[in-house]
Design a protein around this ligand. Structure first.
Ligand SMILES: [Zn+2]
Length: 306
């Protein structure tokens, strides 16, 4: 169990299981002789990807960031990805029922990030998995998901979001909004045009200059402050899916805008490195979160968070 305290908040990681992904697709233009030193591939060139959701207890609300792959994959999809569907049982083992979740946030609407948003009831009707939750997702993602390109149409399963938008249970975000005190979203273009990272400020109300949603107007920070008064965590999602993707040019083949992935990573690091942010990795099966540090050689290293 991965759990830690971030200021006033308690953070834990819950997994929906792991699934196989083609190693070439996972690392884009990076040659296998390089990525295979970091990640093991099987005889079919598949590597293991995790499905990490972040649970935030603020003391007032319980917030779930990302809902994994879920249990509604088609037979064809299941052939590729399996369907681990472990999230609800893992939450339940920690004493968390679907009714306990107050807020659900999706970074984007690919099937492996919002799969447990909804389930089929015994009559086959699509219903929200978390009945009392307010759901949030990027508006640009939802608009795009209605008419995806031929290349990524397979990544979108409308049952995961359309019924929630229609019923008013899902709110669509422009990027930059604060959803609950200390929890805000920030658009990072690259993997898709409108993917949003979820930024968690563990001491909401304190030290407003470090408030993540004031991203634009912040003065430069000149020195590291890993144990600063306003600890911040960021669910960076598919901008940097695992600890093996921390170097600027190690992007996924799935990214629709690979050059923007590099620009967005630079923008992220400009704050996350000097301020000692905790980075949460959506697809890392071993290390779901870490503090990223830049060595003198320029290499990025992940320091384990305890
Ligand atoms: Zn994605």
């Amino acid at each position: 169990m991965h759990r830690l305290t971030l200021g006033d908040f308690e953070l834990s990681v819950f997994s929906d299981g792991t699934y196989p992904l083609d190693g070439g697709a996972f690392f884009g233009v990076i040659p296998k002789m390089m990525w295979s030193k970091r990640v093991l591939a099987d005889e079919n060139n598949y590597v293991t990807a995790g499905l990490n959701s972040l649970l935030i207890r603020t003391g007032k609300q319980t917030v779930l960031v990302e809902t994994g792959m879920g249990n509604k994959l088609s037979e064809r999809m299941r052939k590729f990805y399996g369907q681990p569907a472990k999230l609800l049982e893992n939450l339940s083992a920690a004493g968390i029922a679907p009714e306990d979740i107050d807020i659900v946030i999706n970074s984007h609407l690919h099937f492996d990030h919002c799969g447990w948003n909804a389930v089929r009831d015994k009559n086959g009707k699509i219903v929200p998995t978390f009945p009392k939750a307010k759901y949030y997702a990027p508006e640009g993602e939802w608009l795009y998901a209605r008419k995806p390109s031929d290349r990524d149409v397979i990544s979108y399963i409308p049952e995961n979001y359309d019924p929630l938008v229609e019923s008013g249970q899902m709110t669509l975000l422009k990027g930059g909004e604060e959803i609950a005190p200390g929890i805000s979203v920030k658009t990072f273009r690259g993997h898709t045009a409108c993917m949003q990272a979820i930024v968690v400020c563990g001491k909401p109300g304190q030290n407003q200059s470090q408030n993540p949603h004031l991203w634009q107007n912040r003065p430069e920070v000149g020195h590291p402050s890993p144990s600063g008064s306003s600890p911040i965590a960021c669910y960076i999602s598919d901008l940097m899916p695992t600890t093996a993707h921390m170097d600027l040019v190690w992007g996924m083949g799935f990214d629709l805008y690979p050059l923007d992935t590099i620009t967005s990573k630079k923008e992220y690091y400009a704050r996350a490195l000097p301020e000692g942010w905790l980075t949460v990795f959506t697809h890392d099966p071993m290390m779901p979160w870490a503090y990223i540090e830049k060595e003198e050689s320029g290499k990025m290293v992940a320091k384990e968070a305890k």
